[in-house]
Design a protein around this ligand. Structure first.
Ligand SMILES: [Zn+2]
Length: 349
């Protein structure tokens, strides 16, 4: 761990010496979804997770309600901010989180049941393959392949959680995948991409005729997205490049020859995604981890004290917030509203 930390520290200190401003592209003046110039600021925020330096803005289109990061990060900027999040120094934490999401993974896999028996399923943005590991228990005769830019997809294949792993960008790899799958899934993938229309074009290409595309993304129309402000966990800056109102995704799918089959809103709601997660983010902002390679080399005694006392004091509140989230989960799942939504669409020809 020390070696990995020291290697990371050298990288971050070198990058930070040149400043983070170079990681941003020029601010655009029109909506990337519909082209309207009727834009307004939805949110200013910082990196609430890792506490890497930088300020980020989400803007909202007054014509189509699409929300997007503006100015957006460059590919180099995305590399900088993603580093040590899902892999490297952050791998252990996020694998623990993903391993606790089985009810969500089951819900996604079961959404297909009334409509088809999947034969070949490609999970785009598969990470370490936690979803496929659970989904193949529900669909034991289905071939599950995974695609991801990260080294995680190679680990997923090594573990046997996917049958075959593709490492790289979906659009770039698509020529070899045309017409190969009767199900393509994108769970919390589309909002991370720079060009979501290109990703949807590619999904339509990769699907067989009568194949199904399953999408799960955060719902920016959920009431708590406004009530919790920048602490709402699903804003997830600086990773989320786009946030889509449901009707925009449905229209984009229709434009590509896919017809809407089913929508889940309350039924897709993530437990713990609101109060306890927001409180954890708040504690993290007040008292971040004491030793991070993008911070100073030696944490001060004051920073250590603040971290220990803040998290110790916050723990009973976190427990309360978790129980409130559990109650909220039971209520919200019965409504047509939730912190995420799922869309299932079929390619018609
Ligand atoms: Zn727009």
């Amino acid at each position: 761990m020390t070696d990995l930390y020291e290697v990371s520290r050298h990288y971050y200190q070198t990058e930070l010496a040149a400043g983070v401003e170079r990681f941003f592209e020029s601010r655009r003046t029109s909506c990337p979804w519909c082209g309207s110039t009727n834009l307004s600021v939805r949110l200013h925020t910082t990196d609430l997770y890792q506490r890497k330096p930088g300020r980020f803005t989400l803007e909202r289109c007054g014509a189509c309600r699409h929300i997007f990061q503006n100015p957006r990060l460059s590919p180099a900027g995305l590399d900088f901010y993603y580093r040590d999040f899902y892999d490297g120094l952050g791998q252990q934490l996020w694998e623990w989180f993903f391993a606790g999401q089985e009810p969500t993974y089951r819900g996604r896999a079961e959404m297909l049941r009334p409509f088809t028996m999947p034969k070949a399923w490609l999970d785009v943005g598969t990470g370490y393959g936690h979803f496929c590991q659970i989904a193949r228990k529900i669909w034991p005769d289905t071939v599950f392949d995974g695609l991801d830019q990260s080294v995680s997809v190679e680990e997923a294949q090594r573990r046997g959680w996917i049958d075959h792993g593709y490492r790289g960008k979906f659009v770039a790899l698509s020529d070899a995948l045309v017409g190969q799958y009767d199900v393509v899934s994108m769970h919390h993938y589309l909002e991370h991409t720079r060009e979501p229309f290109d990703e949807l074009d590619t999904a339509a290409k990769v699907l067989m005729p009568r194949g199904y595309l399953l999408i799960e993304v955060p719902d920016p129309d959920y009431q708590f997205s406004r009530a919790l402000g920048r602490m709402w966990i699903h804003w997830n800056q600086p990773q989320h490049q786009h946030m889509f109102p449901l009707e925009n995704v449905v229209r984009a799918l229709t434009d590509r020859g896919l017809s809407l089959v089913a929508v889940e809103r309350g039924a897709a709601h993530h437990k713990g995604g609101d109060l306890s997660a927001s409180l954890a983010l708040l504690l993290n902002v007040c008292a971040p981890m004491t030793r991070q390679p993008w911070l100073d080399a030696v944490p001060t005694r004051w920073r250590r004290f603040r971290h220990t006392t803040t998290w110790a004091g916050g723990m009973p509140l976190l427990v309360c917030a978790y129980f409130l989230d559990t109650l909220l989960y039971r209520v919200v799942r019965r409504t047509y509203s939730g912190n995420v939504y799922r869309v299932l669409a079929r390619k018609e020809s």
